[in-house]
Design a protein around this ligand. Sequence first.
Ligand code: ADP
Ligand code: MG
Length: 259
Amino acid sequence: MSEILRITGLKSQVNEKEILKGIDLVVNKGEVHVIMGPNGAGKSTLANVIMGSSKYEVTEGSIVFENEDITDEAVNIRAKKGIFLSFQSPQEIPGINIENFLRTAKAQVTGQPVKAIQFKKELVEKMKELDIDRSYAQRYLNMGYSGGEKKKNEILQMKILNPKLAILDETDSGLDVDAVKIVSKGVIDFKSEENAILIITHHNNILDYLNPDVVHIMVDGKIVETGDISLAREIEKNGYIKYREAKGETEWKKEIKLI
Ligand code: ADP
Ligand code: MG
């Protein structure tokens, strides 16, 4: 199985606050990885650092993508190499419709002009696969979308850009059952032996539909445990209490009057 992503000893800070405190992660082609963790653990930060957001400073460690060190590469270079990140709170952008947005994105990522007629055909095909109404392509980006529609748009982006590594960062607000199904189906359809998918979530209901190969638990800027789906099931039952205890946090116990 060939390796697609190798993160070693990654530390990152924003506004001089250390958020990632030494991340090691290896993802192989053909794998679906899930990263779970409580709010504020640094999951979205990790996604943004893999994508190369300039907001976050990498202070230590490296990110190797397809055997190439990309730690210092810019976002657009990483996108061209085949890394994709969906946004946690996609912006509402008036004046740009989905079709134009996706066509521009594809031209940027491939570095080739994308012909309008050909693209339209591809778009209609992919929309059909996702059961998206045709009129949707003409709507403005994320204006007045429901949670499920935003998710469909993300999955559509992923399918159009066809990345080698897709990182999906779940919204923190509750995803409804439909949205969970959309994401799961999109991921299952997209998955191949040539790509890999990293899903970041703190909901585990997505795991009812998806069968990830590897599950990581992230707490306080570190991956504290890696395992298979049974790890996620354990979290479902017991939450993150065990990891908090290991850290010596007692405040939460006081809060719920255990001590
Ligand atoms: P998660 O996605 O696991 O909920 P985040 O990566 O969003 O966690 O955030 C991790 C920590 O980093 C939080 O304490 C958050 O407040 C902080 N953080 C994230 N982005 C910024 C930023 N741009 N400026 C300051 N602090 C940030
Ligand atoms: Mg987040």
